[in-house]
Design a binder for this molecule. Structure first.
Ligand SMILES: Cc1ncc(COP(=O)(O)O)c(C=O)c1O
Length: 446
């Protein structure tokens, strides 16, 4: 034991000297060590999954730094970021104003005592009330998207006194067991069955199917607490529902006295060309979930927010839902800075315009390579490219990786690849991505 303690002490000293920049690591040694660490002590599965795209040269691509829309590995190789950390980098990587807010808060008070009232958390919930749709005015701050969904489910159950939920096929709401119960893909659910009872799945975009399930649930005496949907399905490959879907959902939920929850973890804060995804259709949900880009690409944070009358259900026992780290001042400082940059720079407008630029280019490429790029869809800068099969999609992603462009696979659709860059990505980088994609599609089609 003494040996292990002294070895670990020496190892951690060496690690800190790299983290603190006291020594400059040798890129190839660091790469080898990082791969070995992940295989031996994390999970080999993940490494072999990433291997083909990361080991494109003599050493693996080891994430090291980045700024704006550029990602750099430890050897100095650069990629144009069209993956956006699966939606966390709406304001870009290491936005200076987010960093400054976090650094200032870090010097003052990074984590709360849990007992005193934290002013920074207060500021964030006030700000969220100012930007949330309609009369949504209360929030609970947590640490991730899946936690935001868990919280929304709990609040919906407490407020309505009912247990069931209606979610969509192909939906993705996170992987903790409550959120996983809403998941619209068998592979992620099967090893964990039985999950929460009372969850019914309907095709995304069919308001008729939602009403049908409400009728069936009512007929057999099963209460439904809420309908929960993503405004635009992200992990399914940027799937946009018909224009009347969300207005109809609102009308149906009102009529059946069921809450409407919008999971804006991926679509929120400007991503789709509106501040919130539901703003495209002027719909005010009862509860809204946010996370990912809420932390400005610097801190993990999530939030679930709702109407004041719903939050009253939490008043009698404020300990019904708590979190040690949720709402910590460091993450809240990042969120306030991220929201400020989003509002001041009107990033949702930029997402709409830049999204159109991307879409035009992609449609032209689709016309040029119809057998490879079969379909493009999405809204704003949440864009999905569809391929005839997953092998082709994989070849295009790997080709783009080699050409210096990062794109995002999806967890639900094996034939879709997402383009999800920062909302302020420069136009010349968009044009450059389209040029490189043109070349990759030509190679793959040949
Ligand atoms: C719509 C949606 N909800 C929830 C989640 C889960 O968020 P997290 O990975 O932060 O737990 C995701 C993640 O991709 C998501 O896209």
């Amino acid at each position: 034991m003494t040996n292990r303690i002294s070895e670990a002490t020496a190892a951690s000293e060496e690690m800190l000297s790299i983290i603190q920049g006291i020594v400059d690591p040798d890129p190839s040694l660091l790469a080898k060590q990082a791969v070995a660490d992940h295989i031996n002590h994390y999970t080999p599965g993940l490494v072999s999954y990433r291997k083909s795209v990361t080991e494109s040269e003599d050493y693996a691509a080891i994430e090291w730094s980045g700024s704006g829309s550029i990602v750099r590995d430890v050897g100095g190789r650069e990629w144009i970021d069209c993956l956006g950390g699966y939606g966390i980098y709406n304001v870009g990587i290491r936005h200076p104003e987010v960093l400054a807010a976090v650094q200032a808060q870090l010097q003052r008070n990074p984590l709360p005592t849990q007992e005193l009232i934290d002013p920074v958390r207060g500021m964030l919930v006030r700000l969220l009330a100012q930007i949330a749709p309609g009369d949504i005015a209360n929030a609970f701050i947590c640490n991730s998207g899946t936690e935001a969904v868990e919280g929304a489910m709990k609040v919906a159950r407490v407020y309505t006194g009912k247990q069931g939920f209606i979610a969509a096929l192909d939906a993705f709401h996170g992987k903790t067991q409550g959120a996983l119960s809403l998941m619209g893909k068998a592979g992620f659910r099967l090893p964990f069955l039985p999950l929460l009872g009372g969850v019914r799945h309907v095709p995304f975009g069919s308001a008729e199917a939602v009403e049908h399930e409400l009728r069936r649930a009512s007929a057999v005496g099963e209460g439904i607490a809420a309908v929960i949907m993503e405004p635009i399905q992200g992990e399914a490959g940027a799937v946009v529902p018909p224009d009347d879907f969300w207005p109809l959902l609102r009308e149906i939920c009102d009529r059946w006295e069921v809450l409407l929850i919008a999971d804006e973890v991926q679509t929120g804060l400007g991503r789709t060309g509106a501040l919130w995804g539901v703003d495209h259709w002027g719909v005010v949900p009862d509860i809204i979930c946010s996370a990912k880009s809420l932390g400005g690409g610097v801190m993990p944070i999530g939030a679930f927010m709702g109407r004041p009358q719903i939050w009253k259900a939490l008043e009698p026992n404020p300990f019904l839902h708590t979190s040690t780290f949720g709402g910590n001042p460091l993450a809240c400082a990042a969120a306030i800075a991220a929201i400020h940059v989003t509002l001041r720079d009107r990033l949702w407008e930029s997402a709409a315009v830049k999204g159109e630029r991307f879409m035009e280019g992609l449609r032209a490429l689709q016309a040029k390579y119809p057998n490879v790029l079969t379909h493009v869809q999405g809204r704003g800068l949440l864009i999905g490219m569809n391929f005839p099969d997953n092998v082709t999609g994989y070849r295009v992603s790997a080709g783009l990786f080699r050409a210096g462009v990062l794109v995002a696979g999806t967890q639900i659709s094996a034939t879709s690849v997402r383009i999800e860059p920062a909302l302020n990505i420069p136009d010349d980088l968009i044009d450059e991505v389209l040029r490189r994609l043109d070349q990759v599609l030509e190679d793959v089609s040949g």
